[in-house]
Design a protein around this ligand. Structure first.
Ligand SMILES: [Zn+2]
Length: 312
């Protein structure tokens, strides 16, 4: 009899506990958590509920808050095409962190060098080969192409992403044609979303859809502002760095992409010091993307509150 009574009370309690996503205990809201061991447990009885940290955030290089001036313009430098030109890639790795380094997945021994760069404090990206407009230019083995079947396309993404780890996300290598293919970009973003990675558009075409599609999948995204070295001259790189400073002053942030070349690395060896002395924040690219996302949210809030103001 006593056993039956206990069973009824326990059943009622069980139904009451499980009937909602949360309940109250000692006046505290307790979140129902079915995940932990698959039976009736509540997070606060065990551990606090785990906060899912996306991979890009886990792999990002954290900035020193005391060396960051929130009122100063902020710049991120990415060196991509990393790993193919051995000598200048090593020189890029020896630039002071946190210059962000983006490695081509098909570069020889890419895993070894990415690991080395990470140890030196650089933030890492994977430089995803993508089809360019010019049909006579090859973006490299396993490049993502508009002509790939859906299955081949997804397999190529997975193959490339598996070449090394520790990166925050990808930026496109070439890809002026791929960046205009909405369907293929959607497949790419779905894969990035699953893995918690971000997308930086190198903007190899002014009409890229990369960021638009990334946003549909809630992927942190932004774009390159300045290419440092597409003209092979010292003077050009110097001018690009000047443009970069101006852009950062005007917009608050700026992202540059350079390459492992003599003219670029030698210019950066000098400029990185100068820029710090001039008061610029030099940060890993994930930091600029975060700043831009906060800024966008802030602007949206301003717009909403302005729209909600009664008309005078
Ligand atoms: Zn590239």
């Amino acid at each position: 009899m006593k056993l039956k009574k206990t069973a009824i009370i326990l059943s009622i309690l069980f139904i009451w506990f499980t009937s909602a996503g949360f309940t109250y205990f000692n006046g505290k809201k307790i979140i129902w958590d079915k995940e932990i061991i698959g039976i009736s447990v509540y997070s606060e009885f065990l551990l606090p509920p785990p906060i899912a940290v996306p991979l890009w955030a886990k792999n990002s290089v954290k900035i020193q808050k005391d060396s960051f001036n929130k009122d100063a313009p902020t710049i991120a430098i990415i060196i991509d095409d990393m790993g193919v030109n051995k000598f200048w890639s090593r020189q890029a790795e020896n630039l002071p962190a946190p210059v962000t380094l983006s490695y081509l997945p098909y570069a020889e021994d890419v895993e070894k060098y990415a690991k080395y760069a990470k140890k030196l404090g650089h933030e890492l990206m994977l430089h995803m080969p993508m089809e360019p407009d010019a049909s006579n230019i090859d973006a490299g083995p396993f490049a993502l192409k508009t002509t790939n079947s859906k299955q081949d396309f997804i397999e190529n993404i997975k193959y490339n992403l598996a070449k090394f780890d520790g990166y925050i996300g990808i930026n496109n290598h070439m890809g002026s044609k791929m960046s205009k293919d909405e369907n293929k970009l959607s497949l790419l973003m779905q894969e990035l979303e699953k893995r918690g990675l971000l997308y930086l558009d190198s903007r190899t075409t002014p009409i890229s859809l990369g960021e638009v599609v990334a946003r549909r999948y809630n992927i942190p995204t932004s774009h390159r502002d300045i290419f440092l070295d597409h003209v092979e001259s010292k003077e050009f790189v110097k001018n690009s760095l000047r443009k970069l400073e101006k852009r950062a002053i005007k917009n608050g942030t700026a992202i540059a992409i350079g390459h492992p070349k003599k003219i670029t690395i030698e210019a950066l060896q000098k400029w990185l010091l100068e820029a710090k002395n001039k008061g610029f924040n030099i940060v890993p690219v994930s930091e600029v993307i975060k700043l831009r996302i906060y800024e966008e949210k802030y602007q949206k809030q301003l717009l909403v509150s302005a729209q909600n103001q009664p008309l005078q």
